[in-house]
Design a protein around this ligand. Structure first.
Ligand code: ADP
Ligand code: MG
Length: 542
């Protein structure tokens, strides 16, 4: 970067922003802390909801960390890195997103003092790496086995607590459904939660939510005189329209006399009839298609006693194929009997004011659907998000067979043991490990704060319980009175994987951000500026 005589050569375009060393570090740390602050108040069962309004005015009300962060329009690169942590946490575990983000922010906050004291970032990241590795060991050590349904239900229950999922009875019912759903799709100890579909319908109350073996398609019969129910259904699946193909080019046909006109219509009619005859000859008794269905086709299907549903979502057709063992066909003429799927029962039923299609007794017994009901769109959407989290947490618990106590218990245990570990390490890394340990406190602290309790008081009591009580390692904070309680006995239970992932990915992003000592940013064009020459330049004076 230096030419002769140590004259710096400027290689960056004018207008480029550059922040170096501490300035860069503190700027990044502030951004990460800001993201943590954005979700802090939602942590735990006493956390508040957020109302998010996007640029086109859509409103989402949620308590779910990752949902909030996905909606935020963030430009700061370090802030984006923290949001990535939440997304990773969500992908890996489906829960613990708020925790991972708060921990990331806190690890960085704790590092500030060290940076100010001129501890080199490499020392800090080394210490953080050592602490993270030790933390994983400690978490393994304080985990407990979870293999029975009762434990799985408690995990579901903890995950649902604090989400807007109705009253205690609703929550208990949903926990039960979640465990049932997960166990149904489990195969050789693995859980593919994609097999659990969610179908939402506004109306009724949360308590009307059910788990159904099979699929629900939010479509009604194309013709009211079609049978409302078919047993031992043979199902044709099309991702094309059911109509006679009009000529590709917009041809005009001149028809001069009525007889020619009739011929023409008759020909078209015959074509449609032929299509339906073909479907019938293959043995289909139910037809689903992603596109349109000509009226005449509907008529012939009705005459043939075949159920017909049109304009299905692509994902619905794919799910039907999987559940019924059918093959999706993109041209009616290509249909052969082997392509048909089967189901013990296909029926149209009235739900609220609408009719929906229920496909049950499918050959693939792994196809299950949560049928979510609730008074408004906001309610069912939050229920769906909460159920998704719960399904994922129960899924990973079933896979791993390991849980740990919640309510801040593992974090305080981590702090206590990491401090002891730090003392054995010595050197300057010790300082970083101590900061890492201290950062763990932010979880019970925030839980307490969100419950309107005095966090300092809560932390002091928790630490004492961890040192002195029998089974102290399981002691978390009761958010009712701020007193320490055995979180396992109090049934606040989380999958081990959620905690491990949250701690490790928070450490990872904190380290990544700490390693940055130079931020070189091209100047951003002002909104609305074109990309042509001079874009982003201030307007000329004349
Ligand atoms: P995250 O997005 O991190 O999962 P949550 O809002 O779901 O955030 O809060 C999870 C935290 O709340 C965990 O630390 C969990 O142990 C704690 N928690 C859940 N239920 C209770 C409870 N009944 N009492 C105290 N803490 C609880
Ligand atoms: Mg959660």
């Amino acid at each position: 970067m230096y030419g002769n005589g140590n004259q710096p050569i400027i290689v960056l375009k004018e207008g480029t922003n550059r922040a170096k060393d501490k300035e860069a570090q503190f700027n990044n740390i502030d951004a990460a802390k800001a993201i943590a602050d954005a979700v802090r108040s939602t942590l735990g069962p006493k956390g508040m909801d957020k109302m998010l309004v996007n640029s086109i005015g859509d409103v989402v009300i949620t308590n779910d960390g990752v949902t909030i962060l996905k909606e935020l329009d963030v430009t700061h690169p370090a802030a984006k890195m923290v949001i990535e942590v939440a997304k990773t946490q969500d992908n890996e575990c489906g829960d613990g997103t708020t925790t991972s983000v708060i921990l990331s922010g806190e690890l960085l906050k704790q590092s500030e003092e060290l940076i100010n004291a001129n501890v080199h970032p490499t020392i800090i990241t080394n210490g953080y790496n050592m602490a993270a590795a030790k933390a994983a060991e400690i978490l393994d050590d304080i985990s407990v086995d979870a293999t029975d349904d009762k434990m799985l239900r408690l995990v579901a229950d903890t995950s649902l607590t604090g989400k807007d999922v109705g009253d205690a009875a609703d929550q208990e019912m949903l926990s039960k459904l979640v465990v049932e759903a997960v166990k149904t799709v489990a195969e050789d100890g693995r859980v593919d939660t994609d097999n659990i579909r969610m179908t939402k319908k506004i109306g009724g109350v949360i308590g009307d939510t059910t788990l159904m073996k099979g699929l629900i398609i939010d479509k009604e019969l194309v013709h009211s005189r079609m049978p409302a129910q078919v047993k031992n259904a043979k199902i044709a699946l099309f991702n094309c329209g059911l109509e006679v193909k009009k000529t590709e080019i917009d041809a005009q046909i001149q028809i001069n006399d009525a007889a020619r006109m009739n011929d023409f219509l008759a020909e078209e009619e015959a074509g449609m009839k032929k299509l339906v005859d073909h479907i019938k000859s293959c043995g289909a008794t139910v037809v689903f298609t992603t596109k349109a269905m000509d009226e005449l086709i509907q008529h012939y299907l009705t005459k043939a006693g075949i159920m017909g549903f049109r304009r299905l979502k692509e994902s619905d057709i794919m799910a039907l194929a999987k559940a019924t063992g059918g093959t999706v066909v993109s041209d009616v003429k290509d249909l052969v009997p082997e392509n048909l799927g089967t189901a013990g029962l296909v029926e149209e039923k009235k739900v609220g004011d609408d009719n929906m299609c229920f496909v049950t007794e499918c050959p693939n017994a792994k196809a299950v659907t949560m049928f979510i009901r609730g008074g408004t769109e906001h309610v069912i959407e939050e229920v769906e998000r909460a159920l998704n989290d719960a399904i994922r947490t129960v899924g990973i618990t079933l896979e791993d067979g390991k849980v740990c106590a919640g309510a801040g218990a593992p974090e305080i245990e981590l702090e206590t043991r990491l401090l002891k570990y730090a003392a054995t390490v010595g050197g300057r890394e010790q300082l970083a490990i101590e900061k890492f340990a201290k950062a763990m406190e932010c979880i019970p602290w925030t839980l307490a704060e969100n419950a309107g309790l005095d966090p300092i008081d809560v932390i002091i009591k928790l630490k004492a319980a961890h040192e002195n009580k029998k089974n102290g390692k399981y002691f978390g904070v009761s958010l009712e009175d701020g007193e320490p309680f055995d979180a396992l006995k109090a049934k606040v239970i989380e999958p081990l994987r959620v905690k491990k992932q949250a701690v490790s990915s928070a450490a990872e992003v904190a380290n990544m951000i700490l390693r940055i000592d130079d931020v070189i940013a091209a100047r951003q064009a002002p909104p609305g500026a074109g990309a042509g020459p001079g874009a982003g330049m201030p307007p000329a004076d004349d």
